[in-house]
Write a protein that binds this ligand. Structure first.
Ligand SMILES: NC(=O)c1ccc[n+]([C@@H]2O[C@H](COP(=O)([O-])OP(=O)(O)OC[C@H]3O[C@@H](n4cnc5c(N)ncnc54)[C@H](OP(=O)(O)O)[C@@H]3O)[C@@H](O)[C@H]2O)c1
Length: 249
């Protein structure tokens, strides 16, 4: 399948974990991909190499997306590299782990700015780079937006804000041929899980409660992301599709 032949994509936090799996999936179906990262240059360079080995154009773009100026620069770099954009994937995540009672200004701002404001600013920039035929936007969210995961209050609240923005943007941008949706995952095997207290105990509990008795792999989320970014999902607007293997059932 070459659903993304000739398309140009930007994946924030595309250098590792779920973002990397999405970038690989898009490239394997024909897209040129810009992967954004903030610190880990080596992972970004390795991902670019793998994307190129699929015969696509790829570039790693360093930018801290919690900073408005850097978001602007990121999109300017995309424009310079690809001349425009067709697919925007808002995936990067950061935040603090701990009880809501102890969230301070730093933790709150970090979660909201990296996970929600970056989406607001990223969509505002994307639409300037989309051509007359429109484009596709997705956000990567988490079931912590509508449930309670241990220590996840700040990130959970930022993901709720993100999903709300998905609905508003979907409604505003649909007349311009732009789809905006989200894929929301349960726990996925990436280094992000290392931040949870009692990780091993939680993994056991989540595995038990998931009907298929396993934790998701990044590719489980990437395939849903690719569907939402494809024309097959053109009639889906403003929705958050939960891909948690049935954990929250
Ligand atoms: N893992 C899970 O269990 C899980 C479950 C549900 C949803 N999700 C969602 O899936 C998405 C990806 O999560 P993941 O587990 O793949 O995360 P991850 O493995 O920790 O990777 C995070 C990525 O985000 C980048 N990043 C972090 N802060 C950034 C910033 N300020 N500016 C730009 N890039 C930044 C990182 O870049 P560097 O490498 O340079 O640091 C890295 O590429 C997130 O939206 C997350 O909420 C994850």
């Amino acid at each position: 399948m070459e659903r993304f032949k000739g398309k140009r994509a930007l994946v924030t936090g595309g250098s590792r974990g779920i973002g990397r799996a999405i970038a690989m999936r898009l490239a394997s179906e024909g897209a040129d991909v810009a992967v954004n990262f903030v610190k880990d240059e080596q992972s970004a360079a390795e991902t670019v190499k793998e994307l190129e080995s699929l015969g696509r154009k790829a570039i790693a773009l360093q930018a801290d997306i919690s900073e408005p100026k850097e978001v602007k620069k990121l999109f300017a770099d995309v424009k310079e590299t690809f001349g425009g954009l067709d697919l925007f994937v808002s995936n990067a995540v950061s935040g603090v782990v701990g009880p809501a009672e102890r969230i301070g200004r730093f933790g709150w701002d970090r979660a909201m700015n990296t996970n929600a404001r970056s989406f607001l600013l990223g969509v505002q920039q994307s639409v300037k780079l989309f051509g007359d035929q429109g484009g596709k936007i997705i956000a990567v969210s988490s079931i912590g937006s509508v449930t309670c995961l241990p220590g996840y209050a700040a990130v959970g609240a930022s993901k709720s804000a993100l999903e709300s923005l998905v609905r508003y943007f979907a409604r505003e941008l649909a007349p311009r041929g732009i789809n905006v949706n989200a894929v929301s995952g349960g726990p996925v095997e990436t280094s992000a899980l290392d931040f949870f207290p009692d990780k091993e105990k939680l993994l056991e509990e989540w595995t038990d409660r998931t009907p298929a008795h396993r934790i998701a792999r990044p590719e489980d989320i990437a395939s849903v992301a690719a569907f939402l970014l494809s024309d097959d999902a053109s009639w889906i607007q403003g929705r958050t599709i939960v891909a948690d293997g049935g954990l929250t059932l």
